[in-house]
Every structure is written in structure tokens, then in C-alpha cells.
Design a protein around this ligand. Structure first.
Ligand code: NAD
Length: 363
């Protein structure tokens, strides 16, 4: 197959980690006999400095002409004084909304080797493997009316969903559950909120199309607790925008490091893939960034855009193997280096590439 990826590496550690992700993708695609076409464009702070805008028109045009966009991270302290619509993050929000993805996929999984990095006990997280499907374009973050009336000392936002918005994201979640352990937990607050009652009724309707998937419902407050007490019980977790924002961050503690987690936003014109971490200006340019979140983001491109499941799984298995051999970046070693080899960003990328070569059968 021929896969066209636009790389928008962005700021801070974005270019460092994206570089490693791209090299792993090149390796895997070549081994599988596929063609990878890469284009590189600016976004965020680097685009403000060079082009005067956080999302230049040619970046957006290239994004819309690609099969997938791989984004590093945006942001930097030097831009903090700019008004919100001129900051690097405005470029990120603009590209997300232009690409139109409404289903944000955020895996949260445990690595046995990193159990020590999680504040949760190893026997709680061992084997945990959750996929959050968060609705990204509706709910409280976009609902109208919204306002802060400073004169009155009053502010309001609106949590609003249409049935169609729930149907489309629920279908994606059920389809993903069919490819996993066939369990779906829908999160709402239907005991209090009408919008959640619509959400629950619609998810139940959609469930009829997927009789092989076991559906359960949880209230968001109870779910916050269940995720920490018994994360292994959950497979796909479907949420509206705000609830998913909070619960997926909470579940990041299962993995134990921000630098490990990938994400994908699908369902729009072009899928957008990004590690969940930011530009980490405190460690940028020092070779300290953990590239694994970006590398695993590359695996999500292969799974969700290219349909190359075996190659995606090969990358994920390679990461596990490298960790099981005692290789760590500094954030994972946390000063406790006994029996571990602490690698730089590029050295970790090389290890994953060397390992993936032994996993993908050459075409
Ligand atoms: P951050 O994710 O950049 O960093 C938080 C902490 O985690 C820092 O100590 C950082 O060193 C560490 N960290 C993050 N990624 C790491 C990695 N791959 N390897 C090792 N350590 C890592 O969040 P922040 O400090 O709140 O934000 C910094 C900048 O990034 C801000 O400008 C913010 O707006 C922006 N940001 C961008 C995105 C994005 O582009 N998607 C997301 C979050 C924050």
C-alpha cells in the first residue's frame, strides 16, 4: 500500500520524538513492502515565528491532501503572553476542527516493566488495557449558549448533544470493541442530566446493531473510582467530551508516564495522530524526551488509517520487548537505574527499530 503522512512536528520535544516515530514507520513500511510518502509542514510556535500564524494555509492544505497527520506537540514559554487565538495551541485546535475528527481514541495500558512508575499497586494494574473513545466535537466544550457576563458576575456553558452525534461516535466505539474483547462501557450521568439520558438511550439503540458486544453503563463519578480500583475490567470506554477528558487523564496513571501514551482522532476527513504529551520545554533539545508515546502513535496510524494491524502490533510488541530488556528513557528510570540502561531519545528510537526488524516478516 502507499501511505501519505503529513508530519507536523511542532515545538519543543515535538521534532525530537516525531523523528523517532517516523524512522520506525519507515522501517516497518519498507519491511512490509509498502510505500511511505512523507511531507513535513510547520504548526504551532515554529509557524508563528516563521509564517506569522500558528496554522499556515499550506500546512492545512497538505493535511487535507494526506492520508493521516502525525503531530508532535506545540507550545513554548515565549508565546505565553500572546492572546489565546494567536498562541501555538490555537493552531492545534484549528487543525483538529478543520480535519473534523469526532472520535478521540486514547489507550491506557499497563506495562509490567513500568509498574513501579504507577501510583497504583502492581496487582491492580497488571494486564489493564483500556481504549477510551471520547466524543470530541460536541458537549460542554462547544455547546451554545456560552458566556461569562462579568457585569452580572455570572457565567454559563451548555452541555448539548444531538442523537446523530451520539450515534456516530457510539458506532465507532462498538466497532472497535468488536475487534478487541467485545466489551463496551458507556459513561454518563443519566441520574441527573437530560443530555446523559439522551446519550444512554441512544447508545442502547446503537447496541442493537452489535449483538456480539456486551454493553454496560456507569455513572461518571462511579467510573472515576472503578478505573482506579479495577481497571482490568474495562475494554472500550465510551464517553462524551468533558467526561472523557477527565477520565482518560486519570487513567494515564495506569501507564505511569506521560511520555508513553499515544492518541488518534478519527471519523473526520483525515485522521489526526498525536502523542498526548505537550512540548515539554523543560527538557527540549537535551535528548531526554521519551519517544515511545510518538512511536506508539505511529502504530495507531498503521492500525486505524492503513489497516496494517500486524505491523501496528509489531511496533507495540517491540516497545514491550525493549522495556523488558531493561532499556529506559530518563522519565521512566526516575533516578532508579539499578539493572537498567538509560537511553537518550535517539538511542531509544534505535532500540525499537532494531527490535521491530526482527518482528515484521519482510515482503
Ligand atoms: P507537557 O506534557 O509538555 O510536560 C509535562 C511534564 O511531563 C514535563 O515535566 C515534561 O518534561 C514531561 N514530559 C512530557 N512529555 C514527555 C516525554 N515525551 N518524555 C519525557 N518527559 C515528558 O505539559 P506542560 O508542561 O503542561 O506544557 C508544556 C507546553 O506544551 C505548553 O505550552 C502547553 O500548552 C503545551 N501542550 C501542548 C500539547 C499538544 O501539543 N498536544 C498538549 C499539552 C500541552
Amino acid at each position: 500500500m502507499n501511505l501519505r503522512i503529513l508530519v507536523t512536528a511542532g515545538d519543543g520535544i515535538g521534532p525530537e520524538v516525531t523523528n523517532e516515530a517516523v524512522k520506525v514507520l519507515q522501517e516497518v513500511m519498507a519491511l512490509g513492502g509498502h510505500t511511505l510518502t512523507l511531507d513535513h509542514k510547520r504548526i504551532g510556535g515554529i509557524a508563528i515565528t516563521t509564517d506569522g500564524t500558528p496554522l499556515p494555509a499550506d500546512t492545512l492544505a497538505a493535511a487535507l491532501a494526506s492520508d493521516a497527520v502525525l503531530l508532535g506537540a506545540v507550545g513554548g514559554n515565549e508565546f505565553n503572553a500572546l492572546p489565546p487565538d494567536k498562541r501555538p495551541e490555537a493552531g492545534l485546535l484549528a487543525i483538529r476542527s478543520a480535519l473534523g475528527g469526532f472520535a478521540n481514541l486514547r489507550p491506557a495500558f499497563a506495562f509490567k516493566e513500568l509498574a513501579v512508575n504507577s501510583p497504583l499497586r502492581p496487582e491492580i494494574i497488571d494486564g489493564a488495557d483500556i481504549l477510551f473513545v471520547r466524543e470530541l466535537l460536541g458537549g460542554l466544550y462547544f455547546g451554545q449558549p456560552r458566556q461569562w457576563d462579568k457585569a452580572k458576575g455570572e457565567a454559563w456553558n451548555t452541555m448539548r448533544y444531538t442523537r446523530d452525534e451520539v450515534v456516530r461516535v457510539a458506532r465507532i466505539a462498538f466497532q472497535l470493541a468488536q475487534k478487541r474483547r467485545k466489551k463496551l462501557c458507556s459513561v454518563d450521568k443519566a441520574n441527573v442530566l437530560e443530555v446523559s439520558q439522551l446519550w444512554r438511550a441512544t447508545v442502547i439503540e446503537v447496541a442493537a446493531e452489535f449483538p456480539d458486544v456486551r454493553l454496560e453503563h456507569q455513572y461518571v463519578d462511579a467510573m472515576a473510582m472503578h478505573l482506579m480500583n479495577r481497571p482490568r475490567d474495562f475494554d472500550v470506554v465510551l464517553t462524551e467530551n468533558l467526561f472523557g477528558d477527565i477520565l482518560s487523564d486519570e487513567s494515564g496513571v495506569i501507564t505511569g508516564s506521560l511520555g508513553m501514551l499515544p492518541s488518534a482522532t478519527i471519523g473526520g476527513k483525515v485522521n489526526l495522530y498525536e502523542p498526548i504529551h505537550g512540548s515539554a520545554p523543560d527538557i527540549a533539545g537535551k535528548g531526554l524526551a521519551n519517544p515511545i508515546g510518538a512511536i506508539l502513535t505511529g502504530a495507531l496510524i498503521l492500525r486505524h488509517t492503513a489497516g496494517l494491524e500486524a505491523e501496528a502490533a509489531a511496533i507495540e510488541t517491540s516497545v514491550r520487548k525493549v522495556l523488558s530488556q531493561g532499556f529506559r528513557t530518563a522519565d521512566l528510570a526516575r533516578g532508579n537505574t539499578a539493572g537498567l540502561a538509560v537511553l537518550s531519545t535517539t538511542e531509544m528510537g534505535v532500540k525499537v527499530r532494531e527490535t521491530v526488524k526482527t518482528m515484521v516478516v519482510s515482503a
